[in-house]
Design a protein around this ligand. Structure first.
Ligand SMILES: Cc1ncc(COP(=O)(O)O)c(C=O)c1O
Length: 219
């Protein structure tokens, strides 16, 4: 019988030096956040845990400048948030229109294809953003259930203008899904003022309680 002994290397703690990280991610946390990992665990039904969830929601509402009560954090990576939003807003075969001006639009389109959606794209050259006219044309043509736009396209550094998009979406009952993973906190983002979709819009489209929330992704 094969015996695999415990590796010697695991007898020592890993070597993790302090590094300067200048990319859109990963990034180092403040020592206050790092030290919070020393806290003991709570169960997900403890009242203290529920209070922390409520406090986090208040903080996220502030960060995104929204009063949407259906605001919450997905405990996962940005990819997990993207997949969660796309999967919960669209059913198999429904139309998902993606503005693609870099890898994050391409990634959203790829996720949509693997979920069996009818993925359509507005492809604009990397380094630029789609115009309001291009978006209107795309929505008129494809009548999508959801439009995806990456606010901070970290592969090229483009901050996609968001003004005027929600008005076009509303005209066609299209939901607006915005990826702010790389932009939130770094550049201005006022979800309610921009008309980023909320609970009211979901109710109008008869998307029920279990179906999602606030279409903004964050780290
Ligand atoms: C704009 C954007 N969206 C989504 C992601 C995915 O996030 P994660 O790496 O946490 O899965 C990234 C990661 O860099 C990103 O820059």
């Amino acid at each position: 019988m094969t015996y695999v002994p415990p590796p010697e290397v695991l007898k020592n703690p890993p070597n993790i030096p302090q590094k300067m990280l200048f990319g859109p991610g990963p990034s180092n946390m403040s020592s206050e956040i790092r030290h919070s990992m020393d806290n003991p665990l709570l169960g997900h039904l403890h009242v203290e845990f529920c209070q922390i969830m409520d406090d986090c929601r208040a903080g996220i509402q502030y960060l995104f400048q929204t009063k949407n009560p259906l605001t919450f954090a997905v405990s996962g990576t940005g990819h997990a948030g993207m997949e969660c939003a796309i999967m919960n807003l669209l059913e198999f075969g429904e139309t998902f229109l993606v503005i693609q001006n870099g890898i994050w639009g391409a990634r959203a389109a790829g996720l949509g294809k693997r979920l069996g959606l009818n993925v359509q794209t507005i492809i604009v050259p990397e380094g630029s953003a789609a115009t309001v006219d291009q978006i209107r044309e795309g929505i008129n043509k494809h009548k999508p259930k959801v439009l995806f736009v990456c606010h901070g396209e970290s592969s090229t550094g483009v901050a996609h203008p968001l003004k005027g998009i929600s008005e076009i979406c509303r005209e066609h009952d299209t939901l607006l899904l915005v990826d702010t993973v790389a932009s939130i906190g770094a550049t201005k983002f006022d979800a309610d003022a921009l008309g980023i979709d909320s609970q009211k819009q979901l109710k109008k489209l008869k998307i029920g309680k279990l179906k999602l929330f606030h279409f903004i992704l964050m780290h």
